[in-house]
Ligand binder design. Structure first.
Ligand code: FES
Ligand code: FE2
Length: 467
């Protein structure tokens, strides 16, 4: 039997929040379980959400050459994204205009799209080039009514985005203020370092919501509390989107190099900040395989040689940042120059409505994308990918790796811990004993804001007062 007592020492008392700290709160509310479990809700989502929103369909780097295409499947739809010119990408519904056969699947390079049923053909620019026995139709077929059906598409941040709503607002308007706040990080200049995906036996929102809050971190990822956990995360809703980030920490950043030892009855520990930073960064790389880079690790390993003992944590971090920036510049990776005030304003862990999470850094990003697997509310496709800035020409070649077992060693430990919660949440939410989710009104604002926005799109499932 699992020993639950190990968690007892990790339970935080009520957090002291400095009176100077700015943070958002929302009204306490309950999210109906139907939003996660009901087939009817999923059907309405299909129509009123997925048909109306901008969705990150792929990275631009996946289709570098003319004719390169990928397909993006969402619910019952499939969309082809194809490069038609050096600066031009188009999106089409992946369906034959004769009798509806899917035209293609996966990714590849095409000079034309050919239907495998009766051979109708199209240029990659969408114009029909062949209709089998066209004469049989008389003169009713035109260039317009035989062309592939287009879908709105645009680019931002290195992604290709699609929107199936013919009257959709411009992508940049939809993304604000996230596009403005994240713009200086030049996500478009980052490239895949690794990318993996799997199916989960849970709703796509259950999966996503394991990553748009960090309120769970101390309990789900206790090993990361070794250097002092963050005990209060601030959250901000931003348009349709939201972000969260560390607000109050037990860690040495705010406590002058002191923290408590969770493995030793919360005794106060004074860290050598130089060693602690290196240890922490290595643990993050091992635990998440992201959220830092080899450049940072190498610079962190030199801290004990480059700084005197007793250097304050703030000075250690500043030195680390300068060293890593210089090391990267020497190998041809120039960091964007971002004003510190903007860095604060730009937050940390973004939920881009509806289904993307981006944890951005100065030269890297960890991203998640969650979407329904067909029309089953209990199944989703979940993708994790890591981006990084590379010297030009040294970007790694990557593919989407399907890693179906959430306990597979190719999934880093921290993600395995998150993954373990998701199916259990989905099972639990079907209980007669569950009356709806009650996200914390100041540490899980992104979850509540998500459902508020979602309910505005689909007309039901709005968070209700807790009684
Ligand atoms: S369904 Fe495509 S050519 Fe007939
Ligand atoms: Fe987590």
């Amino acid at each position: 039997m699992k020993d639950e007592s190990a968690f007892a020492d990790l339970a935080f008392e009520d957090v002291e929040i400095p009176s100077t700290m700015d943070y958002q709160t929302v009204d306490p509310a309950r999210i109906p379980a139907d939003a996660y479990t009901s087939e009817t809700y999923a059907k309405i989502e299909n129509e009123k959400l997925w048909g109306m929103v901008w969705q990150a369909a792929c990275r631009i780097e996946e289709i570098p050459e003319i004719g390169d295409y990928v397909t993006y499947d969402i619910m019952d739809e499939s969309i082809i994204l194809v490069r038609t010119g050096e600066d031009s990408i188009k999106a089409y519904y992946n369906v034959c205009q004769h009798r509806g056969r899917r035209l293609t699947e996966g990714a590849g390079n095409a000079r034309q799209f050919v239907c495998g049923f009766h051979g109708w053909r199209w240029k990659i620019t969408g114009e029909s080039t062949f209709v089998n026995d066209r004469k049989g139709y008389g003169d009713c077929l035109t260039d317009e009514n035989t062309a592939l059906e287009t879908v709105h598409c645009d680019t931002w941040g290195g992604w290709v985005w699609i929107n199936m709503d013919p009257d959709c607002e411009p992508l940049l308007d939809y993304l604000q203020p996230a596009a403005r706040l994240l713009g200086p990080y030049e996500l478009d200049k980052m490239r895949y370092r690794w990318r993996q995906w799997l199916y989960f036996p849970c709703n796509w929102k259950t999966a996503l919501e394991a990553f748009n809050e960090s309120h769970h971190a101390a309990i789900t990822h206790p090993q990361l509390s070794k250097w002092g956990g963050t005990s209060f995360y601030t959250c901000w809703s931003e348009g349709k989107h939201a972000w969260h980030g560390p607000g109050v920490s037990d860690g040495p950043w705010r406590a002058g190099g002191k923290t408590v030892d969770f493995e030793d009855n919360r005794q106060e520990v004074t860290w050598d900040a130089r060693k602690m930073v290196a240890e922490q960064l290595h643990a993050i790389m091992e635990g998440v395989n992201s959220c830092t880079t080899d450049t940072f690790l190498n610079a962190a390993d030199r801290l004990v040689d480059e700084l005197p003992e007793g250097t304050e944590p703030g000075a250690v971090m500043a030195h680390l940042s300068q060293s890593a920036m210089a090391d990267d510049a020497a190998r041809g990776v120039d960091w964007p120059q971002i004003d510190p005030a903007h860095q604060l304003e730009a937050g940390h862990d973004w939920h881009i409505f509806p289904n993307n999470v981006i944890l951005h850094g100065i030269s890297f990003a960890l991203c998640y994308r969650s979407r329904p697997n067909g029309s089953d509310p209990n199944s989703c496709i979940f993708e994790v990918y890591v981006l990084e800035r590379y010297p030009e020409g040294q970007e790694p070649k990557t593919e989407w790796d399907f890693v179906p077992d959430p306990a597979d060693k190719r999934w880093p430990e921290v993600l395995q811990q998150d993954f373990a919660n998701m199916p259990e949440v989905q099972r639990g939410m079907k209980s007669r004993g569950f009356k709806g989710a009650r996200p914390n009104p100041r540490q899980e604002v992104a979850v509540l804001h998500f459902h508020k926005t979602l309910s505005e799109y689909i007309g039901l499932g709005a968070p209700e007062p807790i009684e």
